[in-house]
Design a protein around this ligand. Structure first.
Ligand SMILES: *[C@@H]1O[C@H](CO)[C@@H](O)[C@H](O)[C@H]1NC(C)=O
Ligand SMILES: *[C@@H]1O[C@H](CO)[C@@H](O)[C@H](O)[C@H]1NC(C)=O
Length: 238
């Protein structure tokens, strides 16, 4: 190699490394769910450590143990990590029931989605959840066992978060439906709201994709807010 070629070689590779580090940080892939104000970046930690240390390793790159709170997210994890680990691997995800048998995500949401193994039965003093790589089914586990770990971090969808400012996950406003639209993605539901002068909030059901345009808000009518596990509620930012 002459000096110029060498310089180019170094520059190209330095740039490639630099861009990669800058853009993708630790993301193996980015999950863009059909609903919500966030995308999610996922990556695997392939060393063995207990859940506390796993969670610290995720935090080092700005994440938490992974958010897997929908069938859509579970399918993304299966697709992304199939073929990447050795048979028999097990990894922590961000689901815990620290107090009772009520589960929470590491981002503080109530956990509504589960993918338990058939052999699962809740054990009172086992508070962590791991995925068995061979089947991608979940099991409860003692938090002190050394396992691999799946991390994720949220990426705010700026264009949506400047339109909606308050979100209630797993809840819906009832009694103020101005219009109900079937089978809409979250983005289309958001546009439908923007086009409707009466729209002050929406409910979006991620399973059925039903979009409800509401003429009122949960803040004005808190007693009309109902639990609806597959739905998220969004107030229009005014
Ligand atoms: C995990 O291990 C660390 C030491 O590496 C220890 O401080 C921590 O208490 C352990 N956590 C659990 C849940 O066992
Ligand atoms: C919902 O819409 C998608 C395309 O946006 C379409 O492929 C699908 O068949 C529709 N489902 C129903 C139940 O209408």
């Amino acid at each position: 190699m002459d000096k110029l070629t060498l310089l180019l070689f170094v520059l190209v590779h330095w740039n490639a490394t630099h861009i990669q580090v800058h853009l993708t940080a630790a993301c193996t892939d980015i999950f863009r769910p059909l609903t919500g104000l966030y995308d999610y970046c996922y990556w695997m930690i392939t060393t063995f450590q207990n859940s506390t240390d796993s969670s610290k390793l995720c935090a080092k790159d700005g994440g938490t143990l992974a958010w897997v709170n929908s069938a859509e997210a579970q399918a993304f994890v299966e697709k992304t990590f199939t073929g990447t680990l050795t048979a028999g691997s097990m990894f922590y995800i961000g689901v815990q029931d620290p107090v009772s048998e009520e589960y929470y995500t590491y981002t503080g949401e109530r956990q509504y989605y589960f993918n338990w193994d058939a052999v699962y039965s809740p054990i009172t003093d086992w508070h962590c959840v791991m995925i068995n790589y061979d089947s991608f089914k979940w099991r409860e586990v003692k938090c002190l066992f050394p396992k691999l770990a799946l991390c994720s971090k949220t990426i705010l969808r700026e264009y949506l978060s400047s339109y909606f400012d308050r979100v209630l996950v797993g809840k819906a406003l009832t009694g103020y439906e101005a219009s109900v639209l079937e089978n809409l993605s979250f983005i289309r539901c958001a546009f439908a709201c923007q086009m409707n002068v009466r729209c002050k909030s929406i409910n979006h059901d991620v399973t059925s994709r039903r979009c409800t345009i509401n003429s009122e808000t949960a803040e004005t009518y808190p007693s009309n807010v109902a639990i609806a596990p597959t739905v998220s509620y969004y107030t229009v930012f005014i």
